[in-house]
Design a protein around this ligand. Structure first.
Ligand SMILES: Cc1cc2nc3c(=O)[nH]c(=O)nc-3n(C[C@H](O)[C@H](O)[C@H](O)COP(=O)(O)OP(=O)(O)OC[C@H]3O[C@@H](n4cnc5c(N)ncnc54)[C@H](O)[C@@H]3O)c2cc1C
Length: 499
């Protein structure tokens, strides 16, 4: 993973001259002055762990699995939001952990937590590091150091129960690794977020991820039947039946816990048979409202295909089309049809499917060209979606002036859907401050319009205040009580999630 951008540096892309011209004309984008920092220019804080802590960690996981070199520290500094990338490009390594610890078993994870609790060392559970909400950027004040606990060595398919259609998988598996292991047995998870190539199963559960095929396969939290968690106060096994009336469902204390309550070391996940074929189809709707109505009807009649995604007019136009493009991916039976919309055939949808993991590379190219591009997302009930859509767009336009705000719907339910916005604007003199001011306005607009601060990116550090407002003082009290009970010394991901 590129330390200051996305993915495989070999797949980096450049913008065509006509795109650069368009950015300059439409948004006033000018090339950045000066070069971004190189790897060797990143300023790291002095490593702060005591020799005793380092020796204890080495005795638990083995000397080669405790890394204090600059390479490991830089690669575990922050996640992959645009502000994260901008800070790295400025050579700001101030959030780097002091060490990266790579445990190889549940027992080793538990032991690392025991030592770090006793020594008051902060621990950041680290999967693919693709968080876009500051989920791997803890506050270090008050701690005797910070370690990133990278779960990449926990990468096994432990077992498959084909009768129940369950697979036990470890959290360090990245999307493609997990699919490969399951596909070999004719099975699939069906979870394909845009970050799929680099994000891990543990991260999907801890941040309640939602993939591009969520219409048919559900969100990741829907797939989790059982969890094994290492906490500073002991091990926790959750989920022993498909459904249970034995009290509240405590799996949901762990799902979305963003590393603040424990480390997920194993998961029992619902799997499906690998479909013989994945088919694509595309439609053009006259308006975003008409497309949304068609989606709502499908969801409410329980006829959703695997993938259903509708772009608004602006997103469709930027992709070279007109009206509002709907992409349909289906795996069996007959695909849905939409009277009143234009049938475009499979080609536009196949093109989308082919390029669907390429977007983050384009973000790097845009940043290099002097633009800021970032995404934000929310969800609401169907009746509230039009107001939410307008409110967020207007807030971004008011804050940023010359800006392109695109939106799509790709996660939908009987009662509502999410809205996913992509924003492109000129970086300006201080891109960080400019974006953060706009994001604050958009978050405020989401709250006022009755949306949730996140449908699938999570809370992290960035959304903590908005989350506190969303759950209210009683909710904040509950979250703090859970934190105190599972992590009494507060070492797990301090500053993340819990208000
Ligand atoms: C370009 C891009 C596209 C994205 N597209 C999507 C998308 O389509 N859908 C979507 O839902 N999200 C998306 N995301 C957000 C992100 O990929 C998801 O939140 C993903 O679930 C994070 O997984 P990860 O393995 O990278 O976790 P990390 O970033 O490493 O961690 C995320 C959080 O989970 C915690 N954590 C990680 N592993 C564990 C564990 N084993 N136990 C306990 N806590 C743990 C961390 O401490 C952190 O708080 C995207 C991000 C980027 C950069």
């Amino acid at each position: 993973m590129l330390w200051s951008g996305w993915g495989d540096p070999g797949r980096a892309t450049k913008l065509a001259p006509d795109v650069l011209e368009l950015l300059a004309e439409a948004l006033g984008v000018t090339p950045p002055t000066g070069e971004p920092a190189g790897f060797g220019d990143v300023r790291l804080p002095e490593a702060d762990l005591s020799p005793f802590v380092l020796a204890s960690l080495r005795s638990i996981v083995g000397a080669q699995s405790v890394r204090t070199d600059a390479d490991a520290r830089i690669r575990h500094t922050r996640g992959k939001s645009t502000p994260d990338l901008l800070r790295m490009r400025m050579g700001d390594g101030s959030d780097a952990p002091d060490a990266v610890v790579l445990p190889g078993s549940h027992h080793e994870v538990s032991e690392v937590l025991r030592v770090c609790s006793a020594e008051r060392v902060a621990v950041v559970p680290f999967g693919g590091g693709t968080s876009v909400v500051g989920g791997v950027t803890p506050l270090r004040e008050g701690f005797a150091g910070v370690v990133a606990l990278d779960v990449r060595r926990l990468d096994r398919l432990v077992s498959v129960d084909e009768e129940s259609m369950l697979a036990e998988l470890q959290p360090g598996l990245r999307g493609p690794q997990a699919e490969e292991l399951l596909n070999a047995r004719g099975l699939t998870l069906g979870h394909f977020p845009q970050s799929w190539e680099y994000a891990t199963l543990g991260g999907f559960a801890a941040a309640r991820s939602s993939g591009q095929a969520s219409a048919g396969y559900g969100r990741f939290d829907d797939m989790v039947e059982g969890l094994t968690v290492a906490t500073p106060v002991g091990d926790w096994e959750l989920g022993r039946a498909p459904r249970s009336a034995a009290g509240p469902d405590l799996r949901h204390v762990v799902l979305g816990s963003e590393g603040a309550f424990g480390v997920i070391t194993s998961m029992r996940l619902r799997v499906r048979r690998l479909p013989a074929r994945r088919n694509w189809d595309a439609w053009r709707f006259p308006s975003f409202a008409a497309g949304r109505d068609a989606m709502r009807v499908l969801a409410q009649e329980r006829r959703l295909p695997a993938v259903l995604r509708l772009s608004d007019e602006t997103e469709t136009m930027i992709g070279g089309g007109s009206g509002c493009l709907m992409v349909v991916g289906w795996e069996g039976g007959e695909p849905p049809t939409f009277p009143g919309a234009g049938h475009l055939g499979s080609e536009p949808a196949e093109r989308w499917a082919e390029g669907r993991f390429g977007g983050p590379y384009l973000r790097d190219a845009l940043i290099a060209a002097g633009a800021t591009v970032e995404t934000l997302e929310t969800a609401a009930h169907w009746s509230g979606l039009p107001r939410l859509y307008e409110a967020v767009r207007l807030a971004l336009e008011a804050a940023l002036g010359r800006v392109i705000v695109m939106c799509h719907v790709s996660h939908l339910y009987e009662t509502g859907a999410s809205l996913y916005f992509t924003v492109v604007t000129a970086a300006g003199d201080d891109p960080l401050a400019r974006w953060e001011a706009a994001k604050a306005k958009a978050s405020e607009a989401i709250g006022l319009a009755g949306g949730t601060i996140s449908h699938h990116h999570g809370v992290g550090r960035d959304h903590r205040a908005a989350y506190a407002a969303e759950i209210g003082p009683v909710g904040v009290g509950v979250m703090r009580a859970i934190k105190k009970s599972l992590d009494p010394m507060g070492i797990l991901n301090p500053g993340v999630l819990v208000p």
